[in-house]
Design a binder for this molecule. Structure first.
Ligand code: ATP
Ligand code: MG
Length: 344
């Protein structure tokens, strides 16, 4: 005989609910079985994880039972929403993007996942992590440097005072928070640095300077083109190299060309040293640019340029480059001319 259709209680027959993880066994027995030490949800999760068949019931569900079932369903949905190989979903969609056209190695797929591969460097002001962004099941993957500006108590940002002066925000609540260094204020400062570095890199990359392509900014984190090996070993900083002879001279000439191009755009690095230049395939790459100095607009612009030039020429001549090849006064005046400024 055919089973009567229970039209008056459309919601009670959970055996017909094919996506329920309670299909196929007796829910009454299941609910009765719960002891006070283990919640129903925990028990159900354990059963599901162990592959045990879950209970089924035909009959009216109490409110309590419904709540428990919806928790189990939520858990299933959360499980399904988790990245399969990475630590998080790609944050590309919600982030600010770098200059266009974006290089074709940038992974923009919304289903991409990010995996943390370790810390490249912990600094006083930021931490730089190695990150892989990949589309699972495909060969679309890229290594990125994730620079995360710190906003905690222990952060000492020697560039804060100089930089924030003259950049007061329009909202007085934010100014007060920054002045008082509240948690909110510290986060705002960190984010301003991320915004500043992201904008500087975008501008310089578009002008053809040897800087990392800024892939995206999300809050206090910027994701950058990673310079290093495909195994994730970062390119060395100049200070970590043992350059000498022709190789040293070649790197100096490339670096000088980059400084000339920077001056032609109207800028100096602002914190140039052998620590903030990477050596990648025999050529220098400028990094760490949140404080990029506008030579014409900044009252300290010219003295910052002198300092940048002095720092870097000292390093090269200290390594054996002839002083006349890297004479700081000659280089400074050449860069000022390039920027359309005179040193007087
Ligand atoms: N794009 C990149 N590719 C490879 N390595 C990078 C990249 N960006 C940064 N790094 C590594 O991270 C280090 C720190 O980066 P950066 O100088 O930008 O940060 P920082 O916090 O200002 O550091 P510091 O306080 O030492 O100046 C670099 O010296 C370099 O080793
Ligand atoms: Mg640095």
């Amino acid at each position: 005989m055919r089973k009567p259709v229970r039209k008056f209680r459309p919601d009670v027959d959970i055996a017909d609910d094919s996506d329920s993880c309670l299909d196929g066994t007796d829910l009454d027995a299941y609910l009765d079985d719960a002891d006070s030490d283990h919640s129903m949800v925990t028990r159900a999760r354990r059963r599901r994880d162990s592959g045990e068949t879950a209970p089924q019931r035909r009959g009216r569900l109490t409110q309590d039972e419904r709540t428990r079932l919806s928790l189990l369903r939520e858990d299933d949905l959360r499980q399904a929403g988790r990245p399969t190989v990475g630590d998080r979903w790609s944050t590309w969609e919600r982030a600010e993007h770098g200059p266009t056209p974006c290089p074709d190695w940038v992974v923009t797929d919304l289903v991409a996942e990010d995996t943390e591969l370790g810390v490249l460097k912990t600094g006083k002001e930021a931490e730089v992590h190695l990150l892989s962004r990949e589309v699972p099941g495909t060969d679309r993957s890229v290594l990125l440097a994730a620079k995360r500006y710190r906003s905690n108590d222990h952060r000492q940002f020697h560039r804060d005072a100089q930089y924030l002066e003259g950049r007061r925000m329009r909202r007085s609540r934010e100014n007060r928070a920054i002045a008082g260094r509240t948690a909110f204020g510290r986060n705002l400062i960190a984010e301003q640095w991320a915004v500043a570095e992201f904008a500087a890199l975008g501008r310089l990359w578009s002008a053809g300077l040897p800087v990392p392509y800024p892939v995206q900014r999300d809050g206090t984190e910027i994701l950058l083109e990673f310079f290093g090996t495909s195994e994730g070993e970062a390119a060395p900083r100049l200070v970590d190299t043992r350059l000498a002879g022709d190789e040293l001279a070649s790197v100096w000439h490339h670096l000088l060309a980059a400084l000339v191009a920077l001056a032609a755009e109207g800028f100096t690095h602002g914190d140039l040293s052998a620590y903030n230049v990477l050596l990648h395939r025999g050529e220098p790459v400028l990094i760490d640019l949140p404080q990029l100095i506008d030579l014409a607009a900044n009252p300290q612009g010219i003295s910052m340029l002198r300092r940048d030039v002095r720092n870097i020429t000292d390093w090269f001549t200290g390594r054996g480059l002839p002083p006349e090849t890297a004479d700081p006064d000659a280089v400074t005046s050449m860069l000022l001319t390039e920027a359309g400024l005179s040193s007087s």
